[in-house]
Design a protein around this ligand. Structure first.
Ligand SMILES: NC(=O)c1ccc[n+]([C@@H]2O[C@H](COP(=O)([O-])OP(=O)(O)OC[C@H]3O[C@@H](n4cnc5c(N)ncnc54)[C@H](OP(=O)(O)O)[C@@H]3O)[C@@H](O)[C@H]2O)c1
Length: 280
């Protein structure tokens, strides 16, 4: 391989489904960079060894998807505060002989929210967030960092929500799944971070009738692009925020580190991803 060609990849198990090569491939072409970005299947238990062999493999770094986000976080030499806050990493690069990691899901979600629903932070109202998994952690951190006073977690398994309350402290509270319609009634932003609404899964069954019309409804599921939650919210006149923008924006910091150009998330890039999602 030509050493002038900078290379990065995404690792996961399985990895065929990853859309990251579409995003980075588009940017490499757009900015005329002689680079490569590939999918690499890394079996469970082998991610730590992989990130410590980046240099030997001629890689600038990598993205990390399931099931390796925690293992890579633990194996890193240096962790950005974004990864420390979440306890998981999705972006890896080499710097000064060290393997460094960050979690760019927070950046991806918050950037897309600010662009799609400007002024979302003007209301002094709680955020109601469904789910308590890895993505929920990243997004709770984003809202707290943005100064939100109250984040209400609504999760099927209450112990997982309680674990996040214990991790993040008094600005985060939990609400029973059975009480979810009431749990969103005074919210300024409602976010789904569960897998409900994804193609093949049941929708998130949520009565929005008590929700203020000014409230914003976001879903991080992006297959389908418009989940039943988002279409129901749109029909009631709410501003909605889809999951695809988060996916596109979370890729920006990694590309900038590996290839030296801070790329833009454009409509042309979005169109490529939309076409791919609609094809499958
Ligand atoms: N747009 C993006 O860029 C982006 C980025 C990251 C993730 N995502 C999407 O976000 C979703 C969550 O990812 P994750 O990594 O956080 O997953 P995860 O850690 O496995 O968490 C899954 C969450 O979904 C909940 N859940 C699953 N099945 C459920 C059901 N039948 N009823 C109620 N709750 C249910 C789980 O609740 P329990 O705790 O009760 O099991 C948990 O809160 C996935 O759809 C993923 O594709 C999107």
């Amino acid at each position: 391989m030509n050493s002038e060609v900078k290379q990065a990849c995404v690792i996961g198990w399985p990895i065929e489904q990853s859309r990251s090569p579409l995003i980075h491939g588009h940017w490499l072409k757009t900015y005329g960079i002689a680079g490569r970005y590939d999918r690499v299947a890394v079996p469970p238990g082998e991610a730590a060894a992989f990130i410590h062999s980046l240099e030997a493999r001629g890689l600038e770094g990598c993205n990390v998807t399931a099931p390796h986000k925690q293992a890579v976080f633990e194996a890193a030499d240096w962790r950005d505060p974004s990864a420390e806050a979440v306890g998981a990493a999705n972006t890896v690069w080499r710097e000064g002989g060290k393997v460094c990691v960050a979690n760019t899901d927070t950046y991806g979600f918050m950037t897309h929210l600010a662009q799609s629903a400007p002024g979302w932070d003007k209301r002094d109202a709680p955020v109601a967030l469904f789910g308590a998994g890895g993505a929920a952690r990243a997004i709770v951190y984003g809202f707290l960092d943005a100064g939100v006073e109250r984040v209400r977690l609504i999760n099927r398994t209450p112990e997982r929500a309680e674990a996040l309350v214990a991790h993040f402290g008094s600005r985060v509270e939990s609400c029973a799944w059975s009480d979810r319609a009431r749990g969103v009634s005074d919210a300024g932003v409602v976010v789904n971070t569960t897998t409900l609404g994804m193609i093949g899964n049941a929708p998130l069954d949520l009565d929005l009738s008590a929700l203020d019309r000014d409230a914003i409804v976001a879903d991080i599921v992006y297959v389908p692009l418009e989940t039943p939650l988002l279409s129901g919210a749109r029909a009631r006149g709410h501003r909605t925020v889809d999951g695809l923008g988060m996916l596109l924006h979370q890729a920006v910091p990694g590309f900038a580190r590996w290839f030296g150009v801070r790329p833009e998330v454009t409509q042309a890039l979005r169109d490529i991803l939309v076409a791919d999602i609609e094809r499958k």
